[in-house]
Design a protein around this ligand. Sequence first.
Ligand SMILES: O=C(O)CCC(=O)C(=O)O
Ligand SMILES: [Fe+2]
Length: 325
Amino acid sequence: MPDITVHHADDHADDVAASFRRDGAAIIANLVSAETMDALTADLPFDDKTKVGNEFIGGSDNRSIGAVLHANPEICETLLLNERVLEVADRILRPEEPMAASSTPVRRAESQFVSSDDGCKQVLSVDVPPEAGPTCHHYRVGASVSLQAREGGAVQILHREMGIYEPFVPHHPGSRDLIFNVMWAGTDFTAENGATRLVPGSHRWPAERIANESEVVQAVMPKGSVLFWHCRSLHGLAASRSAARRTGIFHSCVVDWLAQEENQYLAFPPEDAARLSVRARQLLGYRASSYCGWVKGRDSEDLLAEGLSGPLELKERSKNVDAAA
Ligand SMILES: O=C(O)CCC(=O)C(=O)O
Ligand SMILES: [Fe+2]
């Protein structure tokens, strides 16, 4: 039965990407230290408020925090911008503008212009297989959530992350990868404390095929490890039978031309994003291609920077709004 391959922190991103494509998931063990992880998770505000609306993650005993990148912006620089994670994300999401220094941009073919016999000109539309070109201009955060499995929580229903775009984007095994899912182990993930359940190979299954319990494996990994799963892999949080809480820090990367699942412009407003590194705010979505997400006059690589239209003057603007009130 297929399982999830556990890679070492120094394994090449090509090898991790190969496991990921084959199994629909992969783990890199101990990619950051346990101490780093403890520091990043120490002050996450899990409390009774974070129980709101969490039936989807196993019920009232479990907890989740939305916009976890904003809850602790240190997570952006350390986990979101982890170079090895970005190398793997670049290989799966095939951007024209990759994030990792060592990645190669995937180039799109030049547009072709054609004329009919009687001189009617048009741009030729393209229909190329996924491996023949880029999947996106760049990618950005889809959602950022910390999920805590607690003793007594229920098992989460198996689902595919692409389900959020169905039926508009139908389930087509083998079609382009549009989301890359990243789960950091903020604590040890064990079979008892709710380590994520996954069905290896299910990213290639037709919609009608239903998983059996015997096909489910768990992403057991030590604190500081990271799990990736495919946008069409069946997965879900497991029920915890342990007093030891399982804390996961999840974010997804989604192609720039598809709506972000969590609204990052409200979750991480411009005033706060402006305090991050440019690369971090590019990943949050403060970046555009020449097709999608642009703001006329602004620098598309950094929408908060001074473009042709001048500085945003974020603080001045909020003062004006207050004054007008
Ligand atoms: O926390 C986990 O292990 C998985 C959570 C998940 O897949 C989800 O909430 O969509
Ligand atoms: Fe999920």
